[in-house]
Design a protein around this ligand. Structure first.
Ligand code: NAP
Length: 493
């Protein structure tokens, strides 16, 4: 049986494109990139709700090898990210590998032929020597299990499925959720709606957003002298690194950094919200950093408007035309906006059924043996699989840091494999266990172990209460290890 492709990559977002660029650099040209959506960009293709913008400085939230001198703002709006994704796909000639509307239903390791068989919902399975999953962390929208949502007669819109025809002007609108998405959405909805009620279960830490328009002259300078933008990128990355390492990961050694960040957010709340009762409701009760904080200059201000209401009583049910809360109040609404986020652990680890050697099911194995992945990319029992969105894979605050350190890992691994004349790799259990032990130790110093996180409802924690999403090391460490891990941590055949 012939193997059709050298590699199949699942996902045409920035992670999948980074993997494809790296494989191309290594000389692999027979690739297939599958994506269930209709175009490139992953998150930035799917999300297009009002207010969408990146909240990591754009010079940092982009590939270091493909700087874009034309970001219009320090924090670019969503459609610029989507355009950037299209530009990368075109410039690196990746579209020839891409197949859209391709829903992958599962993948199975075929030991006899030493390749992966990838099943698709609407077409014949495909086979590939290597499987790289780049399905994202936030790609399975969560519909809330609130009684009666399906009975609501008006429009119900999840933020990942924004309906451009749904005009909110003059409408009575409800938003459920106060995560990063809601923080961006709410000020925009407040501008159009006649009444807006925000249903908050857990308040979120909000930092001021030091955003500004990038002057055309500076954009021209970045284009003419790329080194200047590299310096801007380095500065952005250094600030994020400092925030992550000192404020979150090394809480035991440097609790002050975290406390300063918390004070910074408290001061923002005090400045923008005069009403003490409203302020009390908006103030988080968990330690800063347990959950991903947000950045906004107009979120709190929105609640100062007469037609915007914050509801903190739990939702009891939704009926045909309104929402009833636990305190017995009922509010009539025309449109229900669900900013309820994503299922991570339940449906995203892994996002597709993956069956490895000897029938090992990745999802079941993770649940029975703790969530784990060597260097955030490889799992014993799964030969020739690179799982880019794995436990401990997310490093730093910009996703591009993660992507580029994973590209380095792929480079080193495939180079080592080919030097041995091999075509199959598999991480050893010994190396995987040592990595897991090291990550577990390091988490002990972090805010996740030492902070008050129980009430944060944070997706950084898996259902067993372990914070296994973020890699608890500096990005410098992640990059260094990606370029220098012992190649004998893998076996080759
Ligand atoms: P999220 O952070 O998970 O927030 C979901 C919100 O919905 C939470 O407030 C949650 O309350 C609430 N919720 C969920 N189910 C509910 C229910 N049954 N009843 C009442 N409330 C419910 O999701 P998100 O806001 O979409 O953000 C997810 C991530 O996307 C962010 O952390 C960030 O990484 C990313 N993001 C990034 C940007 C950017 O600018 N780069 C923008 C948006 C999002 P609880 O907290 O109580 O669970």
């Amino acid at each position: 049986m012939n193997t059709q492709y050298e590699a199949v990559i699942v996902g045409a977002g920035f992670g999948g494109m980074g993997a494809a660029i790296q494989l191309n650099r290594l000389g692999y040209d027979n690739l297939l990139i599958l994506d269930r959506e209709s175009d490139v960009g992953g998150t930035w293709h799917v999300n297009r709700y009002p207010g969408l913008a990146v909240d990591i400085p754009s010079a940092t939230y982009s590939y270091s090898f493909e700087p874009n001198p034309h970001w219009s703002r320090l924090f670019a709006p969503g459609e610029e990210l989507k355009r950037y994704a299209a530009h990368v796909a075109d410039k690196y000639d990746l579209r020839r590998f891409m197949r859209f509307g391709a829903v992958v239903t599962g993948a199975e390791w075929d030991a006899e032929h030493a390749h992966w068989t990838v099943s698709l919902r609407d077409s014949a399975p495909v086979t590939a020597k290597y499987l790289l999953t780049a399905t994202g962390f936030l790609s399975q929208p969560r519909k809330p299990d609130i009684e009666g949502v399906d009975t609501f007669a008006g429009a119900v819109v999840h933020t990942t499925d924004w309906d451009d025809d749904c005009d909110l002007t003059g409408k009575r609108v409800a938003v459920i959720g106060t995560g990063a998405t809601a923080v961006q959405l709410i000020p925009e909805v407040a501008k159009a709606a006649a009444e807006l009620t925000v249903y908050q279960r857990t308040p979120i830490w909000v930092s001021p957003k030091l955003d500004f328009r990038v002057p055309k002259a500076l954009q021209r300078l970045f284009a003419a002298l790329p080194l200047t933008q590299r310096i801007a990128r380095l500065a952005g990355t250094a600030v994020l690194e400092l925030m992550m390492v000192s404020g979150v990961l090394h809480y035991r050694q440097a609790p002050l950094a975290n406390k300063l960040a918390e004070q910074w957010c408290r001061a923002h709340l005090r400045r923008q919200v005069r009403d003490p009762e409203l302020r009390r409701k908006l103030l988080p009760r968990y330690t800063f950093g347990c959950k991903r904080p947000t950045f906004s200059n107009d979120y709190y201000r929105a609640f100062g408007k007469d037609h915007v209401h914050l509801e903190t009583s739990a939702i009891r049910r939704v009926d045909e035309s309104g929402i009833v809360t636990a305190d017995g109040n009922r509010r009539e609404i025309d449109v229900l906006l669900l900013a309820t986020g994503f299922d991570l652990w339940e449906t995203n680890f892994p996002a597709i059924g993956i069956t490895g050697r000897n029938g090992r099911d990745l999802g079941a194995w993770w649940r029975e043996n703790r969530f784990q992945a060597y260097e955030g990319v490889a799992i014993p029992g799964f030969p020739n699989l690179i799982s880019l969105n794995s436990p401990y894979s997310y490093s730093g605050l910009s996703y591009f840091t993660t992507i580029e350190s994973q590209m380095r890992h792929i480079d080193r691994l495939f180079t080592a494999m080919r030097r041995r004349g091999a075509t199959v790799f598999e991480v050893t259990s010994r190396a995987n266990e040592a990595f897991l032990d090291r990550m577990t130790d390091r988490i002990g110093d972090s805010i996740f172990a030492l902070g008050r996180c129980a009430t944060a409802n944070s997706y950084y924690f898996n259902p067993h209460g372990e914070a296994t999403l973020l890699r608890p090391s500096s990005t410098v460490n992640a990059f260094r290890e990606a370029a220098s891990f012992p190649v004998d941590d893998y076996s080759y055949a």
